[in-house]
Ligand binder design. Structure first.
Ligand SMILES: [Zn+2]
Length: 76
């Protein structure tokens, strides 16, 4: 797979995904498995992984977290 932005090579890696909830909560899911462009650093996350990330964000929102980091590995 090639990077959609710069056509660089995509390699397996990790990325951080920031999410905004209700316009005021910021939760960053860290170390999400992704394909990362070796050239520009743009990350592509697969749909299955994104679904898990959404569940993590859901749970964090219900737990009343308003700002912070969640590790993908631990939460998934
Ligand atoms: Zn790129």
């Amino acid at each position: 797979m090639r990077c959609p932005l710069c056509k660089g090579k995509m390699v397996t890696g990790k990325t951080n995904l920031p999410y905004e909830l209700d316009g005021e909560k910021i939760i960053v899911v860290r170390n999400v498995p992704a394909l990362v462009c070796a050239q520009c650093g743009d990350a592509f996350v697969e749909i299955d992984v994104l679904r898990k990330v959404e569940k993590i964000i859901d749970r964090a929102g219900r737990d009343g977290i308003t700002m912070g980091f969640v590790e993908y590995e631990k939460a998934a």
